[in-house]
Design a protein around this ligand. Structure first.
Ligand code: MN
Length: 428
């Protein structure tokens, strides 16, 4: 079942945590995302809920016995809903639990956020049809979308070990590159390092091997949503991707935002799923009445860049593009149903990437590959710097926000990463 709107979404709710009542906050009382945090003196990760500029420690608030986020994520949807209601009630203005909860608050500025859970497997999809079309045109101008695209949710198995929480710094990858006109490849730092604006879906409840998850049950297996930057080395990718797809061009770093916004929190922002006129309808195993009515998620997305020159000048950065999760060709439930239709088992903590979410307009592209037309039309930034691909010191920040008239808007926090210089390939 897709979570329904209930009293926790009431836009009139206010919190005794005053910063949560600021209209600009990502974390009003209607959001209540889960993350793992540590204070300087903590041995273990603790489970917290973001409220305004604070974190509520769920164990200290006597709402949970465990520090194990993956266990929490495996709870049945009705138990998750009851926990959400208890958190909401305790944080409401005039709550009798205020004094207990107040002792369990820590300012976000005083904690370090980790990965929100132990990540299981990682699958990256390719649901951004505008991205797939634009990138396809770079290679096949007459036939950008391959014939399977509108039938199969395309994906590949990625790698979970190099997924990091924001803020993430990582070295520019080394790899084999075959520059145009060269007769043999060389090992060198990627010269075409790019970001990908994606939404990450976190699986809460596993399924046994051999038992596909039906569309009607798919959302019971989803715990929530994060922002995902699937950093990509386009030159390494171009040389390695045939015939088995992306490999080392994609697994040197992936960054996710530290707060999981739950499927329950997203209830007011669900939208109908439909196909454009003339496109094939999904096969029956990828279709359900609930998916048609509310399968999509209206989630506004933004990409920002801050170069090292901007940082030194105190410049907050430039927005590179905006798009929306509704630009995806397949819904979250369809990805779950398709991934398991062959009997594949999903694990608690698995991460699905949506694929790069570009809007229909060129300026809504979710990667530099698209914004610069394969690197041939560099972008001019507001301080005069030019970018075809990322330079060392560049920081990319993804943001997300859900808005709907009659409801409180909620946000996702930041998904930030900074590129550091590569190792010297001569030392390998
Ligand atoms: Mn990707």
């Amino acid at each position: 079942m897709i979570a329904a709107v209930d009293e926790t979404h009431d836009p009139a709710l206010q919190s005794w945590v005053e910063s949560a009542n600021d209209p600009a906050t990502d974390f009003p009382i209607q959001n209540l995302p889960f993350g793992r945090f540590r204070r300087a003196d903590d041995m273990d990760w603790r489970i917290g809920v973001a409220i305004g500029d604070q974190v509520l420690d769920l164990r200290r608030a006597r709402l949970l016995e465990t520090y194990d986020m993956n266990r929490l994520m495996r709870l049945l949807p009705e138990v998750r809903q009851a926990l959400r209601l208890a958190i909401s009630q305790g944080l409401r203005r005039d709550s009798p639990q205020e004094s207990v909860f107040r002792d369990a608050l820590v300012p976000q500025s005083r904690v370090r956020m980790g990965l929100p859970c132990e990540i299981g497997d990682y699958t990256d999809f390719y649901t951004g049809i505008h991205h797939a079309t634009t990138v396809g045109k770079l290679f096949r101008p007459d036939n950008p979308l391959l014939p399977n695209y509108k039938w199969v949710p395309i994906g590949y198995h990625g790698r979970a070990s190099t997924i990091n929480a924001s803020p993430n710094t990582f070295k520019r990858p080394l790899g084999q590159r075959m520059p145009p006109g060269a007769t043999q490849p060389t090992l060198a730092p990627s010269a075409r390092l790019d970001y990908e604006l994606e939404v990450g879906l976190i699986i809460g409840r596993p399924n046994p091997q051999g038992e596909p998850i039906r569309m009607k049950d798919a959302e019971d297996h989803l715990f929530g949503v994060v922002l995902l930057n699937d950093w990509s080395a386009r030159d390494i990718q171009a040389w390695e991707y045939q015939p088995l797809g992306p490999f080392l061009s994609k697994n040197f770093a992936s960054t996710i935002s530290p707060w999981i916004v739950t499927m329950e929190a997203l209830a007011p922002f669900r939208r109908p799923f439909s196909r454009p006129e003339g496109d094939p309808q999904p096969l029956p195993y990828l279709d359900s009445p609930g998916n048609r009515e509310r399968g999509a998620i209206d989630m506004g997305l933004e990409v920002w860049i801050q170069t090292s020159a901007m940082r030194e000048a105190g410049h907050a950065g430039d927005r590179l593009s905006r798009s929306n999760f509704t630009d995806a060709y397949w819904t979250a439930a369809q990805l779950v149903a398709h991934h398991t239709v062959n009997g594949c088992s999903l694990s608690n903590g698995d991460l699905f990437g949506s694929g790069t979410l570009s809007g229909p307009m060129p300026e809504q592209a979710g990667s530099l590959l698209e914004l610069t037309h394969g690197g041939v039309q560099p972008l001019r930034l507001s301080n005069g710097e030019m970018r075809s691909f990322l330079h060392d010191g560049d920081a990319i920040v993804l943001r997300g926000r859900c808005e709907q008239g009659g409801f409180r808007s909620i946000g996702f926090g930041e998904c930030a990463g900074t590129v550091q210089p590569a190792l010297d390939p001569g030392n390998l």
